[in-house]
Design a protein around this ligand. Structure first.
Ligand SMILES: CC[C@@H]1C(=O)N(C)c2cnc(-c3ccc[nH]3)nc2N1C1CCCC1
Length: 309
């Protein structure tokens, strides 16, 4: 039934988004620029504040698309969680407003898109680059967990990259506050990309589901493909539940050991996100660049002899 409705919603023409959208509360006027793409229910545009000339990424959700209570609840949940966050490696939330047709969410513009596009271009990354990105990804998740929030959809596509090559975790559509009913309907309507074994076994799932997914991100960045990818979803779920994956021999010992810790079947054996960057050999014994040139989006960086590995 759900899909039937969304099919109907899809076939009705969506209301056009005005060339200039106005936030009724602040009277700020935003000039609508190019379409960035589609994300879930939203059409995403680059918009420019006509007073400050500041650019934002704007998610525009047609109210016709969130007519059903649980769909509206998902958007409200995303806004309620995202607006409460403030951290260097979390996408900036700059406001939200609505008119009779749409809900508008103003987010930090990340001009270099996400880790998906970067990996598509590069195939796989060098270890110093993976230390650079994984450090920011881990810090972002550690911050979320300190705010009693589980992201629940950690994946390459939700790690955006801004103009300065900084990583920004975004898309809180599936996030939830611990203490809230963690078995709420959100888990039903969203299938996370890097789903943890305890979620497949319908057990209790907590912060450690994000830690598992970070392990999948680290593996994918180094190897160039996800750890449990197969031809069928069923086979992939079997491999996740039986912890069946292979780390190619070209991966260094310290990287392989950390991946194995992240991908522990037992959630309690996974690393502590608050300390792993300061204690694990992969980070401590290796070079962690403090910045990366934007050329890394296209070609491998040349680290000096000192920082080869
Ligand atoms: C607005 C939705 C989403 C997003 O959440 N952010 C933060 C974002 C930022 N910059 C960009 C962006 C800037 C230049 C290209 N994309 N895109 C973002 N996206 C994309 C848009 C299409 C699918 C997900």
């Amino acid at each position: 039934k759900g899909t039937r409705n969304s099919k109907i919603a899809k076939c009705y023409p969506l209301p056009d988004v005005a060339q200039v959208v106005i936030d009724p509360d602040t009277q700020r006027r935003y000039f609508r620029g190019r379409l960035l793409g589609k994300g879930g229910f939203a059409r995403c545009y680059e918009v420019t504040d006509m007073k400050t000339n500041q650019g934002y990424a704007c998610k525009v959700v047609a109210k016709a698309r969130i007519a059903k209570p649980h769909q509206r609840k998902k958007i409200v949940n995303e806004i309620e969680i995202h607006r409460s966050l403030n951290y260097p490696y979390v996408v900036g939330f700059h406001g939200f407003f609505e008119d009779d047709k749409n809900v508008y969410i103003l987010l930090e513009l990340c001009s270099r898109k996400s880790l998906v596009q970067l990996l598509k271009q590069r195939k796989s990354l060098l270890e110093p680059e993976v230390r650079y990105f994984m450090r920011q990804a881990i810090k972002a998740c550690s911050y979320l967990h300190s705010q009693n929030i589980i992201h629940r959809d950690i994946k390459l596509g939700n790690f955006f990259i801004n103009n300065d090559m900084q990583l920004k975790l975004g898309d809180f559509g599936l996030a939830c506050r611990v203490g809230a009913s963690t078995h709420d309907d959100m888990t039903v309507c969203g299938t996370p990309n890097y789903i943890a074994p305890e979620v497949l076994k319908k057990g209790r799932h907590g912060y450690e589901v994000d830690t598992w997914a970070l392990g999948c991100v680290m593996y994918t960045l180094l190897v160039g493909r996800p750890p449990f990818e197969t031809m069928s979803l069923k086979e992939t779920y079997t491999r996740i539940k039986t912890n069946q994956y292979v780390i190619p021999s070209r991966i260094s010992r310290s990287a392989a050991k950390l991946i194995q810790k992240f991908l522990s079947n037992n959630p309690q054996s996974r690393p502590c996100l608050h300390t792993v960057c300061e204690t694990d050999e992969f980070f401590v014994k290796g070079f962690v660049p403090s910045s990366l040139p934007s050329s890394c989006c296209m070609v491998p960086p040349r680290f000096t002899a000192l920082h080869r590995s």
